[in-house]
Design a protein around this ligand. Structure first.
Ligand SMILES: *Cc1c(COP(=O)(O)O)cnc(C)c1O
Length: 433
């Protein structure tokens, strides 16, 4: 695909050299050239302004360019952008580690910092595996996760994703498979999981789950009692429980953590996307004190054997501290609860459009599930949304909104109206029944 006359030079030149994520570059249209962002608006090179419904892969939860975060990053850049975290300490990383357990009501939890969500999950797996190793239970090397789940794109995390819908069919057999089960949504599926855990006694290091909402697997929701059942089963079978809160975490569902909706605490927890308000790459793996204690010993080899170059990056941690300030100073959770009240009625008219299978949502998530015929239909819709002046990017069989928590009500209404209009057009264009 080639650029039109208004496109900046760097777009086509760079497109011929860059490798885009999850994109069939032979057929995909050129991406939109973004030249500025502010709040819930993205300005394109040709001067158009789009209302953003995605928050850049669900991360920009305070909108773009929030001055409090920008100031924190600029101030930190002038002092210390980064120093290595072995032998040296920086204030933003240590402050963030101390704040997270307080703010998340996880007293005594330790934070390990990495740069991406996938790596945070990898670190959770390594902590779980080494926890058992340090305790002398050397047979616990497997992990169990759930159908419909998504935990990242690196090798170990791919093995935890849904084997069919998890984007990674090309890599089957390259990584050792893990155990994939159905979520314990009812007594029957809980009994099946109970039996599986019993059959695998002594072999499983940890169970990994996205609490309340499976994000990249299609924004599928489950009830809080699934988490209570998981906690109970893991305790019964002596297995560690990991909550991957990289999507659900930090306010998306109206509580800081999704696990709080079930009043369940995991042994290990991962955060990333919203951690810096979507500004800089940063992730955290938090582990309970009981887990941490298994690494305390007079033997060096009992320490956590992990250390990314940029762990505890001072710039990113300063951005994260500023982002946490905003939850308190600008009442973010109340804003998410208000969004939840607006989203459901605004998207409800989609139910009457032929081809719409489900309309659902929770917190700052709104989802319209479609009877999608194939990838051409997704591409067609993506183009129509740009024409409507909004950035909304349907994938698999859903059109969704994960806006900034502080999106103005007018902008949210325009996003919802665009969804109703484009879904109706799609339904007519592709003759849905
Ligand atoms: C996005 C996501 C990841 C992976 O994070 P990256 O930063 O893309 O590596 C892992 N788990 C969940 C639940 C996610 O939504």
């Amino acid at each position: 695909m080639t650029a039109d006359d208004t496109a900046p030079d760097w777009l086509q030149t760079g497109y011929d050299s860059i490798w885009m994520p999850y994109t069939q570059m032979q057929t995909a249209p050129l991406p939109q050239a973004a030249v500025a962002t502010r709040g819930s608006r993205i300005t394109l090179a040709d001067g158009r302004e789009l209302i953003d419904g995605v928050a850049s892969w669900w991360a920009a939860c305070h909108g773009y360019n929030h001055p409090h975060i920008v100031d924190a990053i600029q101030g930190q850049a002038a002092k210390i952008p980064h120093v290595m975290l072995a032998g040296l300490a920086n204030e933003p990383a240590f402050t963030l580690a101390a704040r997270l357990p307080r703010l998340l009501d996880l007293p005594g939890y330790r934070a390990f910092f990495s740069e991406s969500g996938s790596v945070a999950v990898e670190v959770a797996l390594k902590i779980a595996a080494q926890y058992w190793h340090n305790k002398g239970e050397t047979g616990r090397k497997k992990f169990l996760s759930f159908r419909g789940g998504y935990h990242g794109d690196t090798f170990a995390t791919m093995a935890l994703c849904d084997p069919v819908d998890g984007f990674h069919a090309a890599f089957q057999g390259v990584v050792p498979g893990q155990l994939i089960a159905d979520l314990p949504r009812d007594d029957a599926s809980a009994a099946a999981l109970d039996a599986l855990l019993a059959a695998e006694a002594g072999t499983i290091a940890a169970v990994v789950v996205e609490p309340i909402v499976q994000g990249a697997g299609g924004m599928k929701l489950h009830a809080p009692d699934v988490l209570s059942r998981l906690r109970h089963l893991c305790d019964t079978h002596g297995v560690l429980l990991v909550f991957d809160e990289i999507f659900s975490g930090l306010g998306r569902l109206g509580t800081m953590l999704a696990g709080q909706l079930a009043d369940v605490k995991p042994d290990i927890l991962t955060l990333s996307k919203t951690l810096t308000g979507g500004t800089l790459p940063l992730s955290a793996t938090l582990a309970s004190d009981a887990v941490f204690q298994a690494f305390q010993s007079d033997k060096l080899e009992h320490c956590l054997m992990h250390g990314p170059t940029f762990t505890g990056n001072a710039l990113a941690c300063a951005a994260a501290n500023a982002s946490l300030d905003l939850f308190q100073d600008e009442g973010r959770l109340a804003q998410v609860q208000a969004l939840e009240q607006l989203l459901a009625p605004a998207l409800a008219p989609c139910r009457d459009i032929p081809g719409v299978k489900d309309v659902r949502g929770q917190g700052a998530i709104g989802v319209v599930e479609l009877d999608i015929g194939g990838f051409e239909e997704l591409t067609w819709m993506r183009g129509r949304f740009i024409e409507e002046g909004v950035f909304i990017r349907p994938f698999s069989d859903i059109v969704y909104l994960t806006p900034a928590y502080n999106i103005p009500a007018d902008d949210l209404a325009r996003l919802c109206d665009a969804i109703i209009k484009v879904v109706a057009d799609w339904s007519a264009q592709f003759e849905k029944k």
